[in-house]
Design a protein around this ligand. Structure first.
Ligand SMILES: Nc1ncnc2c1ncn2[C@@H]1O[C@H](COP(=O)(O)OP(=O)(O)OP(=O)(O)O)[C@@H](O)[C@H]1O
Length: 243
């Protein structure tokens, strides 16, 4: 067994996975450094979501290894992976999945409450993040009363509120209006940099990838090209935002 490099918080080697017999990942290896924003790019169906789900321990690859902080994830049982996801990882989906019976702040506070954070603290933190995501006026509203873009902002606030070690974001801005997209992504990436959160961001949008420090590309489930250092110039500029 090859040992993961010390400076990679997340490391995957030779991942293979298929969905109902149709290949989604073929021999994909990737390392994610602590605190970096890594964009995973590729056209629709290239395997981005499958890679993120393998790295996040949501699915077990058919073969290959995934390590988080030098701990093997691919050999963990379902309970340990569930705990890892709850305590260390955050996830932003393309579509916001909020609990319909809870208000915006209750949704944003949910991961903190599940971790045992006192109610009052969880509420204050959730409200702070809703404010940063420009949905402070929605805190008491339930998802049905919100626009889809507002729901997505709430789900981003929920993912950031518990300051995960690694935040996985699967096309997080795809449903947003073009004018909203840049602002939300800048808030997300600037917050991640300020709080030292490592981000793995799946996108087919080159502008979005420009906010990352480094980009890897997938095509038909395989890595193509080398890892490209994108510099994250936009993202670094966004660091000056007070998030
Ligand atoms: N649950 C599933 N059942 C069957 N096939 C699937 C499933 N999920 C993904 N696939 C297939 O696996 C391949 C990789 O899909 P994946 O969603 O990982 O790619 P993607 O790059 O994230 O695409 P998109 O940008 O459309 O989300 C595609 O051919 C897709 O059709």
């Amino acid at each position: 067994m090859v040992t993961p490099p010390d400076n990679d918080v997340l490391w995957a080697r030779a991942l293979h996975h298929s969905h109902n017999g149709s290949p989604a990942l073929a021999n994909v290896s990737v390392g994610v450094r602590e605190g970096e924003i890594l964009a995973v790019t590729g056209p629709r169906g290239s395997g981005k979501t499958t890679l993120l789900r393998c790295l996040a321990g949501q699915i077990l690859p058919e073969s290959g290894e995934v390590w988080f902080n030098s701990v093997p994830v691919h050999t963990m049982g379902p309970m340990d992976r569930e705990r890892l996801r709850r305590d260390r990882f955050g996830w932003i989906d393309t579509e916001p999945h909020l609990v319909p019976e809870l208000t915006a702040w209750e949704n944003a506070a949910l991961p903190l409450l599940l971790r045992g954070t006192p109610h009052r603290v969880a509420k204050a933190v959730a409200q702070e993040w809703l404010e940063r995501l420009d949905v402070a006026d929605c805190t008491r509203k339930r998802p049905a009363a919100l626009l889809q873009a507002q729901r997505q902002r709430v789900s981003i606030a929920r993912a950031l509120a518990c300051e995960p070690f690694v935040l996985f974001a699967d096309e997080p801005s795809a449903i947003l209006h073009r004018s909203d997209r840049a602002q939300v992504l800048r808030t997300l990436t600037a917050a991640a940099r300020t709080h030292g959160i490592t981000v793995v961001l799946a996108t087919h949008d080159v502008e979005v990838a420009g906010l990352a420090d480094r980009t890897i590309a997938l095509l038909d489930g395989r890595r193509v090209g080398g890892g490209v250092v994108t510099g994250g110039t936009e993202g670094r500029a966004a660091c000056s935002l007070s998030v």
